[in-house]
Design a binder for this molecule. Structure first.
Ligand code: HEC
Length: 106
């Protein structure tokens, strides 16, 4: 094989990798790991004695609650804590989390 051909192949692999990497769906399960400490591995806990049991909520309620924490329109006494958990997450991340949490329900 000519060097030029190899270079072309390598280049297209790099581009393909970049496209796949950026379009990968947000993984709700991976994102949920940092929530489990307070909400429980199966979302079964009343976080810090304050939150609702999140698996009792519907996907829409979860979405609304999390987006609300993020923009400051939702929450109780400890909403600042949840805002800190969610500020770095995108709307897409939040909807992946909602889907994942609903799936935890037994
Ligand atoms: C340090 C503990 C802690 C962590 C970590 C945490 N939460 Fe929370 N979460 C709470 C508390 C406390 C509340 C209740 C806050 C309030 O006063 O509104 C809450 C509320 C919620 C609610 C709304 C339930 C309600 O009471 O209305 C959802 C949904 C939620 N958390 C999801 C998550 C997700 C998803 C993550 C991970 C990205 C996460 N939480 C991480 C402690 C935590």
């Amino acid at each position: 094989m000519k060097t030029a051909t190899i270079k072309t192949i390598v280049k297209s692999l790099v581009i393909a990798g970049a496209i796949l990497g950026s379009s990968a769906m947000a993984d709700g399960g991976a994102l949920y790991k940092k929530c489990a400490g307070c909400h429980g591995m199966s979302g079964e806990k009343v976080a810090l004695g304050k939150s609702k049991i999140i698996t009792d909520m519907s996907e829409i309620q979860l979405n609304d609650a999390m987006n609300g924490y993020k923009d400051g329109s939702y929450g109780g006494a400890m909403k600042g804590l949840m805002k800190a958990q969610l500020t770095k997450l995108s709307t897409e991340d939040i909807s992946s989390l909602s889907t994942y949490i609903v799936g935890l329900k037994k």
